[in-house]
Design a protein around this ligand. Structure first.
Ligand code: C2E
Ligand code: MG
Ligand code: MG
Length: 571
């Protein structure tokens, strides 16, 4: 070993070498005097962070304040170990660059035994870190869509199950989706188009995610959705319906319009002890059942299957075929003139002649038809059938040519841009006089805050038909809209008529509606008249028309005809 004295040439050359290393090393260097706390950073150390030599003072705080908050504790611990006698340290830190970005640096340090100095190097490893991350992303994600793959999906599912165990009211569900006939897209439009379809489906499904949900692509045309927090099977089915709707939107692939459709299976976690793989398997089983069945787009897997969700799904599936199979029938409920006692109209009320359940009332299936969009074709059928039946009755009973038919329109039908054309076509095909057709819409439909309401009502009115507000009094009609819309009559909701003979408040509401109608120069029909007392009161209040079990319930066409032939008399 060289004997180095303070002014020996050997020392001089060692210092020079050190100075050269200090200034020229590829890594940043640092040197810390534990006794007085002074620290020195090499020019390269500063340069790594975007600074020139004179720009960072030699103080420990200059380092500390540039370390990422999540890394600072580990860094200080390491320094303390070094000061406490550890031989060397090595750790990765994030440090902020002058430009504001975080850089990953590898910090190495060492202390010679007994020395009061520690020192080491700083290496920029950002590029390496990023490629490591990328690798992680690549092994956990699907390349085409960027969605989590099966292994990441199962990971997330496992986490969600653990979390849900702490929240009893929180259900976790897996929804598995398998596209129908995807291979035909691949075969007929090519693999590129197939990929395009998958990317678009992924995009649409992503749009359906809520905070905490995860969407994964589990290969081919198979996707899985982790629903973190749903209202049981009903809630999950609700999501499935939403997804089916999203998928149904046409998309254009290489100039062709394509409609995607998929079969879905749902599995609900029953306990936190459920294994993610099992839950996924159950969802796949349910999906296969849906596919085999061919009628429903979604099945729920549940050993004690949620009866309601299943019932509803079954009804929905049956409803799909009911129109084609001609299972709907119309019944007609008479509307009479209270003053004169004669028949003034029939309200057409749809019923479903279900092969197993018998006659199903509209309250049970109209909301489903509305949600699935089936109400539009069903409504067109009702409209045309009602007009046709009315024409038949007019021909049979020429004395009753003044009797009109009232048809109910739901919100979805009213929004359909083909509505006016479809009403006009029905009138033309059936040759029913337009002024013998009435359309009933509820307040919520007429008052919905869309721009085209008034326009659409005017177009309908221009056809020569009459417009009624159904169930009046239960919604929130704006008086100015009532005045400006082209409406002919208000139909008082039956909840106000029911028990009005015992309830002064109800009588008062009926009186108010009648006076409002007079002011607006509109007609009034009271629905749900069940007793002679109600009839007497309504007459006294000056109500023009009425409908209800007191007169008749809804009749099939043959019974309606005999009613016309021999109108019963009442008090
Ligand atoms: P709505 O338009 O208010 O029809 C009147 C409902 O009240 C009918 O029930 C009728 O049978 C019932 N009703 C008649 N008189 C009385 C009575 O004195 N007392 C009581 N408690 N009820 C009476 P329905 O046929 O079950 O229809 C229920 C609803 O289904 C209808 O309410 C209507 O909103 C909807 N709906 C029926 N047919 C159609 C249709 O073809 N298209 C659409 N969009 N909706 C329809
Ligand atoms: Mg009605
Ligand atoms: Mg009504």
């Amino acid at each position: 070993m060289e004997n180095i004295s303070p002014c020996s040439p050997a020392l001089h050359s060692a210092e020079t070498r050190l100075a050269a290393t200090w200034a020229g090393a590829r890594d940043g260097l640092w040197d810390w005097d534990l006794e007085n706390g002074a620290v020195r950073y090499s020019p390269r150390w500063k340069e790594l962070l975007g600074y020139a030599e004179g720009e960072i003072p030699d103080r420990p705080e200059e380092w500390f304040r540039r370390v990422h908050p999540q890394d600072i504790d580990a860094f200080k611990r390491a320094l303390a170990e070094l000061a406490g006698g550890a031989g060397r340290i090595e750790l990765e830190l994030r440090m902020i660059h002058r430009g504001g970005s975080w850089r990953w640096v590898l910090c190495r340090g060492a202390r010679a035994s007994g020395a009061s100095h520690v020192g080491g190097s700083l290496t920029d490893v950002t590029a390496l870190k990023l490629s490591e991350n990328r690798l992680l992303v690549e092994t956990m994600h699907d390349r085409l869509t960027g969605l989590p793959n099966e292994s990441l999906f199962l990971d997330r599912l496992a986490l969600a199950l653990v979390r849900s165990s702490r929240r009893p009211a929180h259900s976790v569900a897996v929804l598995y989706l398998d596209l129908d006939r995807f291979h035909t897209v691949n075969d007929s439009c090519g693999v590129v188009a197939g990929d395009e379809l998958l990317v678009e489906i992924a995009r649409r499904l992503t749009g359906e995610l809520r905070l905490g949900d995860t969407l994964g692509r589990l290969g081919g045309d198979k996707f899985a959705l982790l629903l973190d927090g749903v209202r049981g099977a009903e809630g999950a089915v609700e999501h499935a319906r939403e997804i089916a709707r999203t998928l149904k939107q046409p998309l254009s692939l290489g100039g062709h319009e394509v409609f995607a459709q998929g079969s879905m299976g749902i599995a609900l976690a029953r306990s936190a002890a459920d294994r993610p793989e099992d839950l996924l398997r159950d969802a796949i089983t349910a999906m296969h059942r849906a596919k085999r069945d061919g009628t429903s787009v979604c099945e729920v897997f549940d050993p004690v299957m949620n009866v309601q969700a299943k019932e509803r799904l079954k009804l929905e599936a049956d409803l799909h075929h009911a129109l084609r199979r001609g299972e709907f029938v119309l019944h007609y409920q008479p509307i009479v003139s209270l003053a004169e006692g004669g028949l003034s109209a029939f309200e057409a009320l749809v019923r479903w002649q279900h092969p197993e359940r018998g006659l199903v009332r509209p309250d049970l299936f109209i909301p489903i038809a509305e949600e699935t969009g089936l109400i539009v074709p069903l409504g067109s059928w009702v409209l045309e059938e009602a007009c046709r039946a009315m024409r038949r009755l007019h021909e049979r009973f020429p004395d009753c040519a003044h009797v009109s038919v009232a048809v109910n329109l739901s919100g979805r039908q009213f929004e359909d841009k083909e509505l006016v054309a479809s009403v006009a076509a029905a009138l033309e095909r059936t040759t029913l006089a337009p002024n013998r057709l009435e359309l009933e819409m509820t307040e919520s439909v007429v008052m919905a805050p869309t721009h085209h309401n008034a326009e659409r009502l005017h177009s309908l009115r221009d056809l020569g038909i009459r417009l009624l507000i159904d169930d009046f009094g239960t919604g929130y009609s704006s008086l100015s809209s009532l005045q400006s819309f082209p409406l002919d009559s208000l139909k008082i909701d039956r909840t106000f008529v029911s028990r009005m003979e015992f309830d002064a408040d109800k009588r008062e509401i009926v009186r108010t509606i009648l006076s409002l109608a007079r002011t607006l120069e509109m007609g009034v029909v009271a629905e749900g008249i069940e007793t002679a007392e109600q009839l007497a009161m309504l007459r006294e209040l000056g109500c023009e028309h009425g409908q209800g079990f007191f007169f008749s319930n809804a009749l099939d066409e043959r019974a309606a005809a005999s009613w016309m032939e021999n109108p019963p008399s009442w008090g």
